[in-house]
Design a protein around this ligand. Structure first.
Ligand code: FAD
Length: 277
């Protein structure tokens, strides 16, 4: 059981050693035949050059690559300049986000929400870019209510996004309900499921607290019970996440987007497990 709409996300490496490691991981992951690789963008433009460099390298290797672009902390002029760089580099798809500024960073944003960014990209560049936006089946942590968040999601699609990628989740029902409700509000674009492999308990708990993804109690307890036994955590994580992917694809999810954390092994193991089903 696989999908032909499958993407893999990286973050821009901060060191030369990290860049080398990412090249190796990418070479292995390219063998799985993803539709495209995406590269995150630090809010406020903190990784702007790293994002562009990584995407340019991926393009030069002959793969499709999509930089993320966040608007928080930026001005229209600075975002226009980034879009121009992207166009000049031959980039045809972007993942458009609001982003989160680190606490204490007071930089003013001319575009407050991702919907305004999508609108701006369309106004500036027409149909040049295929635009993906973020979706939150378990609600964005700052939203007033799930309903409000859903309506804000629809604004991004109405502003001209071509597709969406979800925040990661481990509850397939939350995804199916979200897709159903969005469809009832007229959303016709694909909502691709974001998949976070489980390989490290502490890291997973930290990320999930920050982004509002719920780890089911039974999964949390089981992971905690493995303590430092990393092999058992990985084996159990592979079972849980491959079952989730299978359920999603069987239920009609139009694709999977893997948060690789710049590692080849977890995404490869999941992909191979799915291929065997
Ligand atoms: P928005 O869609 O703007 O929503 C943010 C909040 O504002 C939500 O609570 C929403 O309900 C509310 N809202 C939206 N519009 C309105 C409105 N008109 N009025 C009132 N409230 C409104 N972050 C990065 O910094 N760099 C990355 O590269 C990056 N990549 C990501 C990739 C994916 C697939 C996902 C799911 C997330 C990514 N993030 C990234 C994290 C993201 O930036 C954060 O989750 C951020 O808090 C919200 O971004 P957004 O684009 O979803 O914002």
């Amino acid at each position: 059981m696989q999908t032909n709409n499958f993407s893999i996300e990286f973050y821009p490496p901060k060191t030369a050693e990290g860049a080398d490691k990412l090249r190796l991981a990418r070479a292995k992951l390219a063998g799985l035949g993803p539709t495209y690789f995406s590269v995150t963008f630090g809010a406020g433009g903190s990784t702007q050059q790293g994002t562009l460099d990584t995407v340019t390298e991926i393009l030069a290797e002959g793969h499709v690559a999509a930089p993320h672009l966040s608007c928080v902390g930026g001005s229209r002029a600075s975002i226009r300049a980034v879009l121009e760089q992207f166009r000049a580099a031959g980039i045809r798809r972007v993942v458009a986000l609001r982003g989160d500024l680190p606490s204490g960073y007071g930089g003013g944003s001319e575009l407050r929400y991702a919907s305004e960014l999508v609108e701006f990209i369309r106004a500036e560049t027409g149909d040049w870019f295929h635009i993906e936006v973020a979706a939150y089946p378990e609600m964005h942590p700052q939203a007033r209510s799930p309903q409000d968040d859903l309506h804000n999601f629809v604004r991004k699609i109405d502003a001209g996004a071509n597709a969406a990628i979800t925040q990661y989740f481990y509850n397939a029902d939350a995804y199916f309900k979200f897709v159903d409700e969005a469809s009832r509000l007229g959303v016709k674009v694909p909502i691709v499921a974001g998949i976070m492999p489980i390989t490290n308990y502490t890291q997973l708990m930290r990320f999930s607290d920050m982004c509002g993804a719920e780890i089911p109690r039974w999964v949390r307890l089981k992971l905690a019970s493995f303590g430092d036994d990393s092999a058992s955590i990985k084996a159990f994580g592979l079972d849980v996440v491959s079952d989730l992917c299978e359920k999603l694809l069987k239920g009609g999810a139009p694709g999977l987007h893997f948060y690789s954390m710049n590692q080849a092994a977890p995404t490869t193991a999941l992909w191979q497990r799915l291929a065997g089903r």
